[in-house]
Design a protein. Structure first.
Length: 204
């Protein structure tokens, strides 16, 4: 555990040296950032309920494979990942046309993982480093509940939120300790698909 914490400190310092700067130099994360398209897209490991109306033998629960595809009776290797449930419903209905007259298909997501690139990740000094599927109105409190809170070694107010990729990447400070230990609700902020939250070890 000591080695892991030291490696984490080294990695965070390395990020700063690479050009991100000191934590104090970052702006606070916006409480309510610009909205995103909240339409859910299916991802690998999602579990789907496929209903073919009037034909219960073709209706069943299926898991999206790691390659993003599903198989149902009469339909093999249909790409599901990256589609909305309504899009997949239409594609399945079209694929069933040779077998059923005017098929009506409904797809419901019963267990969520979501596309990997849209998951929110939290790493560092939390009790359960994890990734969380994005959903509308997700906030820092939700992520911290999933991560099991801060460890005793955490510098919660030195945490960083990295948003975006490449030239569009932005880095913000988030005040997790104020939020969790001081009940400062103003420190709660919205999170967006693909956000990465890094919680460093406190420097003694």
């Amino acid at each position: 555990m000591w080695i892991v914490r030291k490696l984490w400190r080294f990695c965070l310092v390395g990020v700063a040296v690479a050009g991100l700067g000191a934590c104090a130099g970052y702006p606070d994360a916006p409480a309510d950032p610009d909205g995103v398209d909240a339409v859910y897209t299916i991802g690998p490991l999602d579990v789907l309920e496929v209903f073919v109306w009037g034909d219960p033998e073709l209706s069943r629960q299926v898991a999206v494979r790691p390659d993003g595809r599903i198989s149902t009776p009469l339909i093999q290797d249909m790409l599901a990942a990256g589609k909305t449930p309504s899009d997949l419903s239409e594609d399945l209905a079209e694929a069933l046309l040779p077998y059923i007259q005017d098929p009506l298909v409904t797809v419901i997501v019963s267990s969520f993982a979501g596309p990997v690139e849209e998951q929110i990740r939290i790493i560092g000094e939390v009790n359960n480093p994890t990734s969380v599927p994005y959903r509308r109105n997700l906030t820092l409190i939700d992520i911290m509940l999933a991560a099991g809170g801060l460890t005793e070694y955490a510098d919660g107010n030195g945490a960083l939120l990295v948003r975006g990729q490449g030239d569009d990447r932005q880095t913000y400070r988030v005040r997790i300790e104020d939020l969790l230990r001081d009940s400062d609700i103003d420190a709660n902020v919205a999170v967006l698909p693909g956000d990465v939250i890094m919680v460093p070890e406190a420097l003694l």
